[in-house]
Write a protein that binds this ligand. Structure first.
Ligand code: AMP
Length: 410
């Protein structure tokens, strides 16, 4: 026998019985976005590698070690997208969306790829849903986006959700803070994990993300950006908070929230679930006021978030909704053609209808109806008139086929 294949490490199949939950997440999200005026956008699964190197940032884990990059037959350097914001900003510029009324509000859903160490809730191919509002620096935008993600989690009745909120200031005010933080870290570098020490110059703020106990201790006393916000940034942050407070959204201020992508400015946030263990982050985002310019456009403020579909499904922790059908049409051999036609008719009338496709005996077909969770069965047997059977009670009676749709309550 030939050897069999398995899905590559860190990837997974979404099985038929697992689709229902995802479809529900999609449907709830689509409605929330539609009501809020966000249009659906989709970009390709791969882009020029430089888009991410420049957009996400050379000093990030994503660009340094997690990208699936390859050269195509034409010698172009391409990368399977590790995140969705840089591609959407690319599309915003490519399609002249600066000329539309601002902000341009978009949402997206699709697969992303990162070469991470696989574990529960962390994969190499995973799916994200995201929202972006490009072209306004109003604090209402930050608040609206946070509220939309909160609504999604509420709409799905996700239990145990926490929101962490912080601000990274604008790029200018961060320059001075970064210098202060670097000096602080250098002063205590003996206590830091080697990986943090090596990146003091490149990316000092990522030290806040470290799990290393020594580093964590050092970071507890570190100066934070939140304490160093300039007047404008503090004003923006307070305005976002005021809108959230009025909307009744609870959050925890977190001065250590830095997030793993370089492009964030001002507001940053992350939603967590207490159902998820180590990989608790359900989704997060923030402002990225410098990204459009970094990718070749005019300075344009923007804000967005992304949430992991697999993490949402894990946090849902509910029974898979069965795919129970309305009616199974069982037939003896000479009534199979009639059964086939009847099933088409029932489906057209909006019923979930199935019939035997594996040459089972009538008894076998009734078992199959049971396995499928059919509410009712229609039995077409040459020896007697058509019967309608209630699968729960076992009650059976004669059925006028012309009235089948009506009788089944479609
Ligand atoms: P990020 O783009 O890193 O801010 O990620 C946004 C969200 O996507 C996270 O909060 C997770 O829910 C999800 N996510 C990120 N990386 C992975 C991964 N490797 N596997 C599964 N979900 C992920």
């Amino acid at each position: 026998m030939s050897p069999r294949f398995q899905a590559p490490r860190g990837t997974f199949d979404i099985l038929a019985q697992e689709w229902g939950q995802r479809a529900r997440v999609y449907a709830v999200a689509a409605e929330i976005f539609d009501r809020a005026g966000y249009g659906r956008i989709e970009t390709p699964a791969f882009e020029d590698t430089d888009l991410f190197a420049r957009g996400v940032g050379q000093s990030t884990d994503i660009v340094q070690k997690e990208m699936f990059s390859f050269e195509d037959q034409g010698g172009r350097n391409l990368t399977l997208r590790p995140e969705g914001t840089a591609p959407i900003v690319r599309a915003y510029l490519e399609h002249g969306m600066q000329k539309l009324a601002q902000p341009v509000k978009l949402w997206h859903w699709g697969p992303y790829f990162r070469h991470e160490r696989p574990q529960s809730g962390r994969f190499r191919e995973f799916n994200q849903i995201g929202a972006e509002a490009i072209g306004s620096d109003s604090p209402l935008v930050d608040a609206e986006l946070i509220i939309l993600l909160d609504e999604l989690f509420r709409g799905l009745a996700l239990p145990g959700i926490r929101l962490r909120l912080g601000s990274l200031g604008s790029a200018d005010s961060r320059v001075a803070y970064r210098e202060e933080l670097k000096a602080y870290l250098r002063g205590r570098q003996k206590e830091l994990a080697p990986s943090v020490r090596e990146r003091i110059d490149l990316n000092p703020m990522r030290a806040f993300d470290s799990d290393d106990p020594g580093t964590r201790q050092v970071m507890e006393e570190a100066p934070t950006m939140l304490e160093r916000l300039g007047e404008d940034d503090a004003g923006h942050f307070n305005a976002v908070r005021a809108v959230l407070d009025r909307a009744g959204i609870a959050y925890q201020l977190d001065p250590t929230l830095v997030r793993g992508l370089d492009y964030y400015t001002r507001t940053v946030f992350e939603f967590e679930s207490d159902r998820l263990g180590a990989q608790a982050a359900l989704g997060g985002g923030g402002r990225y006021d410098g990204l459009v310019e970094r990718l070749g456009g005019r300075a344009t403020p923007a804000c967005g978030w992304a949430a992991g579909i697999e993490r949402i499904v894990l946090a849902l922790d509910e029974e898979e909704g069965g795919n129970a059908i309305d009616v199974f049409v069982a037939a003896s051999p000479d009534r199979r053609e009639r059964a086939f036609a009847l099933v088409r008719e029932l489906r057209r009338a909006g019923l979930r209808a199935e019939l035997d496709l594996a040459d089972r005996s009538l008894k076998g077909q009734m078992k199959q109806a049971d396995r499928l969770g059919a509410r009712a069965a229609i039995v077409l047997d040459e020896e007697r008139p058509a019967q309608l059977r209630d699968m729960a009670s076992g009650e059976q009676r004669e059925l006028d086929l012309a009235r089948a749709v009506e009788e089944l309550g479609a």
